[in-house]
Design a binder for this molecule. Structure first.
Ligand code: NAD
Ligand code: ZN
Length: 365
């Protein structure tokens, strides 16, 4: 068992990483002061595997427990499912001291978390992340929200959870492609925040793909801790937290261009990191050998090397809707060395275009 605290404006909240922890969800909720009722929000895949364990544990701990599911996939992280959740909460006569438990990947965490943040102006939220993305990244830091057709995560809030219960054993059933994609967010933490995390991932790459439980547990804990420390220092992304947007400028634009289908979030981030590293080499002094280290690690994790056939113009258009923008200019998170990201800054558009074409984007639309 390993527990650490994350600081937020609402006080500290615990992140507990424990193999087999899901079966103790009820005790965890009680320890957080949640006693009456919990609505477990999940997606259909995850619910089929784990809802029973979660509900049983909550009920044994004396809470009334309900399950609400959304269809799996990024397309659920939108207005339609948000409204459906609000209305289900209304039908269930949810009250202010009823908790929402987000049991699932980043989609369920962001969507269910935003529903919790907004329904009755805020219900207590417990994160029970089940994917690599959610365990190492999205369950920590309080960012919740939904995508719009115009751009990723455009509507949302900072809404810290009461606690996060992470059970790395759940990753055993995660589909292979999602496992690989999720590890891209880990590489991001290593490349942009903590060099030691990057080195650990380099050493463990084969074991991670082979789902060695020890290696997965180590990666989850190392990345989650690093993220926890970062957001404790900068909850509202006024400073160092911007590092976590490494790879996301191109990544988000690609997701939008493909209408949230076809490219997984982590795959977009992997391609985005390749682009950002190439730009970093050209304008931020990232040594070529370190850029190659990044690309080799992404290769070993089986992450995509080439952009799907989208036009450079379409990608640039998507970036304009990105939140990391000042006075209409896109701000890039660049890495001068492994384990460090500099303050986001504009980059010459011609250079961006060249790198996107180099990675396989079509010149033109
Ligand atoms: N809030 C944040 O700070 C933050 C950070 C990073 C990413 N995100 C968001 O997270 C989202 C991506 O999250 P994701 O990659 O987890 O996607 P996801 O939630 O769609 O989960 C991936 C797939 O795996 C399935 N799944 C999840 N856990 C499983 C398990 N244990 N066993 C079997 N199947 C399982 C799900 O049903 C889904 O089909 C994006 O929308 C991204 O913007 C948010
Ligand atoms: Zn991400």
């Amino acid at each position: 068992v390993s527990t650490f605290l994350v600081r937020s404006r609402a006080g500290h909240y615990p992140v507990r990483v424990v193999p087999g922890g899901l079966a103790r969800l009820g005790g965890f909720a009680r320890a957080l002061g949640l006693r009456r009722r919990a609505v477990v929000v999940s997606d259909a895949h995850v619910a089929a595997l784990y809802a029973w364990t979660a509900l049983r544990s909550l009920r044994r701990a004396g809470l009334a427990a309900e399950l609400v599911t959304v269809p799996p996939g990024e397309c659920s992280k939108g207005r339609a499912q948000l409204e459906a959740l609000w209305r289900t909460f209304a039908a269930l006569e949810v009250e202010r001291d009823h908790a929402v438990v987000a049991l699932g990947g980043g989609v369920v965490g962001d969507l269910g978390g935003f529903a919790a943040a907004t329904y009755l102006r805020g219900l207590p939220l417990v994160m029970a992340p089940t994917s690599v993305v959610a365990q190492i990244d999205s369950s920590i830091g309080g960012k919740v929200g939904i995508d719009l057709p115009e751009g990723k995560n455009l509507a949302g809030a900072f809404y810290p959870p009461r606690g996060v219960l992470t059970d790395p054993l759940l990753l055993g059933t995660l589909p292979e492609r999602h496992l690989r994609a999720g590890l891209a967010e880990g590489v991001k933490v290593g490349m942009a925040v903590v060099g030691a995390v990057f080195e650990r991932l380099e050493g463990d790459a084969g074991r991670l793909i082979g789902r060695d439980p020890l290696a997965l547990g180590r990666a989850v804990l190392g990345c989650a801790r690093a993220k926890g420390e970062l957001v404790s220092r900068d909850e509202f992304e006024a400073g160092p937290r911007t590092a976590l947007n490494y790879g996301h400028t191109v990544g988000h634009a690609l997701e939008v261009a493909r209408r949230y289908r076809g490219t997984l979030h982590g795959e977009g981030v992997a391609l985005g990191m390749r682009a950002a590293a190439r730009l970093s080499q050209r304008v931020a002094g990232l040594p070529e050998r370190d850029r190659l280290r990044l690309e080799t690690l992404l290769d070993r994790l089986g992450l995509p090397r080439r952009l799907p056939p989208v036009g450079v113009q379409t990608l640039l258009g998507g970036m304009v809707q990105d939140k990391k923008r000042r006075g209409g200019r896109i701000l890039w998170v660049l890495t001068p060395w492994v384990g460090f990201a500099s303050v986001p800054r504009p980059v010459d558009k011609r250079l961006v275009r060249a790198v996107l074409v180099e990675l396989g984007a079509r010149a033109g639309r």
